[in-house]
Design a protein around this ligand. Sequence first.
Ligand SMILES: [Zn+2]
Length: 57
Amino acid sequence: MPDQSTQGSGRNKAKKRKNNNPSACVCPRCGFEIEKTAGVNCRSIKCPECRVPLMGK
Ligand SMILES: [Zn+2]
């Protein structure tokens, strides 16, 4: 549990992203990773190994 009492309020703004690398697409199966192309959805790219759509990391 993070210690919130010492930080006061308003310090956690805009920290809601769970993607630490939004510029990559990853295969949910084997972990294959590819650099994300701007404007291209990860789901439109398929893993060359598993043939499943990639996901945003
Ligand atoms: Zn894969």
